[in-house]
Design a protein. Sequence first.
Lengths: 833, 237
Amino acid sequence: MWAKLALKLFAREFRRGELTVISAAIALAVLTVLTLSMVTERISQSIEQKSSTFIAADRVLSSNHKIDPAFIEYAQQQNLQTANMLYFDTMLFANDEMQFSSVKAASNAYPLKGNLKVKSSLDGTLETLSHGPGIGKVWLSESVFYSLNINVGDSVELGAALFEVEKVVVEEPDAPFNIFSSSRRVLINIADVPKTEVIQPGSRVFYRQLFAGEPQDIERFYEWLKPQMKENQKWYGVKDRQSPISNSLNRAESFLLLAGLLGIILAAVAIAVSAKRYCERQYDPVAMMKTLGGSRALIRKIYLAHLLLVCLLAISVGLAIGYVLQEIATYYLAKSMATALPMGGIKPWFVSISTGLICAVMFSIKPLLDLFDIPPLRVLRRNLGDTLAVSRIHLALSAATVFLLMWLFSNNLKLSVMLFASTLALIVVLFVVSKLLFGGSRKLGLKPGNSWSLAIASIQKRANVNAVQLVSFSLAIKLLLFLIVLKNDMIADWQSQLPSDAPNAFLVNITENELSPINAYLAEKNIQVSDFYPTIRGRVNAINGELVARSVSLEDNEEKDEDARQGLGRELNLTWRSELPSQNELTQGDWFANDAVAEASLEESMLERLDVELGDTLTFLIGAQSFDAKITSVRKVNWTSLKPNFYIILSPDVLKNYPATYISSVRIEAQQKKDFSQLLRTYPTVTAIDVDNFVKQIQSTIEQVSLAIGFVLAIVVMCGALVLISQVQASLGERMQEIVILRTLGAKGSLIKNAILYEFLILGGFAGFVAALFSDVTLLIVQQQTFDLAGKLHPEIWFIGPVVGGVFVATLGYFMIARTLKQNTQGLVRALA
Amino acid sequence: MSVLSQVNIIQVNSLSKVVSTLEGELPILSDISFNVKQGESVAVVGTSGSGKSTLLSLLAGLDVASHGEIILDGQPLHALDEEARAALRAKSVGFVFQSFMLVQSLTALENVMLPAELAGKDDAKKQALELLDKVGLSHRIDHYPSQLSGGEQQRVAIARAFVGTPSILFADEPSANLDSKNGKMVESLLFDLNKQHGTTLVLVTHDEALAQKCQHILQIEAGKLVKNARGESEDVG
């Protein structure tokens, strides 16, 4: 019986629109979480799959020693694909020429991810292959052909073995992005290594074992492998590598995460506001039902059934819309990425349904308990149960729920705490400020009878309610501004790293004598070139006169991650310069003066690794000669810029008498390719490293991620609008009462309309201003802490915030109230009754 | 008078209500005692703030007294908890309020059926339709309160009050919010149905003319009971 009554009441309340906002808010929370998690998961899976081509595998185990065959055997048992490679440097001979080259020997399964791009002749067309050279064949990079003066089909000697030159290697999927690594690539089959007899005990060889497979299989294998790994072995995936792509990916993921979090906060606020409003509007019916003999248990059953029905309905709608939205989004993303996006797992469904349920239950439980407590006496004493102040328990419960949801969704305590704390601070400050302000503006003394004074009076009268409204307006505006500005900053930062005219090739190993003819040639052919940096290989062997141990004698060219550069005494590329490079930022000390003598500038992480500080003296060893230099400055280096970067820059005086080679980066347009090849033919010792493809890949990834971010932002904006709508709607009842009184007293429609317009304009404008301030400060912290971006303030949003806030809130409020004003006074009175 | 009418359906003994304020305890009602017999009509009159609405709320079990006893339909109201009082109201009490108090999301018919549905009765529709017909609203059964005039809303409220054939009907200023024509119509409906159903009517009003239509008048002044002005006071108090 009660179920029938509950269902009937629910259907009627729903039809009357009483449950629309709360349902929409729950649905929005669900769809935000579902869409975001699914899109993020699918994109990141796809990008990861795509980016795994950067390492030619999902994971790589690098080692300085032969890898235990048991590892490989176990990996294969775990359904993982494997391939092995080894790297060594050796001389290559052809005719009477010789060339020092770095050899990569790969097994037949290489590459596990991505493809090799090769040509069958120097002028041939590009071919894409998913395997390396066969037995007895060698593939060489273009520069080796020039320096050995050979062609495809010729023979080359490598150690004790003879190989037939079969292909020109243009691009390797796992090409190291390191301008100091040799690009004189020699690619052979690993089965041919023994017959070269190059590898002897003590030879410097690097081993790589590639793995590919399902994430859970990889994870299981790694768990098994981890305790057995030796010190010189390293396990990494694409995200672990210090490269622009991994940075962009990590940032994009953080952004999507953050957007999701903010979406949840906004939806939660909307649910909290609308649930409270709904319950308050049920005070009279509940009092009446109790008066007519309805028991507490019955009323509890009716309204819990309502909550259940709202949840079922809203969650279903949220899931359905969310699924369709993410399908649309991923369809377009897949199209722009020219790749199919893998299906997401079950987790997004689980997280979104739990979010919907938690939001619905936690935010409505206190208002519902209040509702159950409504005394029947309210039928006679009409204001019984009306409480202006928001219950503290409800606030605390809601805040705790929001925090838990953020944590659940993000799995990132630091980010959750940061956002939560800043939001909480905003709320507290706003509440205090607004109460003071609304109280204080009483002294303004505007003339009665005009819309402005009516608006001010209205704001003052509802100081408490307005403070709550202001808080939620500000919260919504703050979170939106925060995301929009962060998105713009992030994309601008990416674009500034890789502008459309970013260098796409590096020139390495230019001698002093070649410098001016090459420069002249580049100028003649109109090829854009950056500064030429002299480089000398040397090592630090003493700090403040104290000798330090030398453990490693040669730099590992293949290692790119910063940790691998740790060893003191390792060979480094040193340069000297009189000006600070543009992509560097001084963090300590002063840059070299014109008359600087024996000074050194260190990159931040190098300072830490050498455990030195400003003012310490380093002793450098170049060949057999040594010299001292004092650390006078510390730099922050943008490693992701495609420009030559150095850990140590010396003042020009110290190295000027040492023989150096020069490096630079150039921008080669399509029509300049031939001219550039000519340059390499003319100067065979100069090496060119083509990063065009690499740059294009990064640019396309950034484009896709930006698109995804834009989409996510749109969803969060919807959440924000919903908060504002729910808040305006919540105050509608009270405003209607005023309108009726003013109307009855003969106030003109335009006076009332304008008063409401101005009231919302003031509220929205003030909320926008405070939101802008808080958003900017939070942004500064989050950018530095989570996004590794140079945080900066954005004074423009201090202006945009109030304007947009005022206009948006006023327009929304105006249209919602305008509907009310269309009714005649009698209609209003009846609606109120 | 029938035997039935000799039964005291409401017995009030030494009833007091005190509320706590910032200035200390404030007595609203002091030492009120009276009886009402089954089927009688009683008007509770007094000036604004005299305590008549408080008396009504105590009699109906919507509020609890500070001291004293109320026996309603044979049940000691003062000894019952909220749930038991609600159950008693469901069984024995009907209400008509000044502000109608209809559930906005339910139609006229559904509002009339509501008390029966709350009591778990499934067969209320027939009776509800009859009652709506009696109050002259059989053509508006599917209308929502917002689509009805004030007089019509109060007539729906009256139909609702009689739906469970309650033994007592409490009416709080039933015609105060209506124009005189509608007010008269509502009043006569109330008395007619009261007679037809043999219900005891307790009416709070400050309308002297309406009070005169009742068999007994209880006058409350400053929280104290002033005995009725129409004689037969031996029955009341």
